[in-house]
Design a protein around this ligand. Sequence first.
Ligand SMILES: [Zn+2]
Length: 72
Amino acid sequence: MRCPSCGSSHLRLSHWKVSDLFFLLTLRFPARCWLCRERTRVSILQALTIRRLQKKEHHAHAKHGASRKTPI
Ligand SMILES: [Zn+2]
């Protein structure tokens, strides 16, 4: 999925607001673009994909942090 504003694929799941309740009922989840910070809504499948990618990124960052601590 891509950001409708800038075309970037760097989307993150956004926090739910009251205004999202109607969309949540139709299984649309709020997401935010990393680059232009545009708020959009994605399908449940896309939301799950984003969440999986976010978890992977978190792992990568953790590994990176650990490798930086090891002496050369
Ligand atoms: Zn964007």
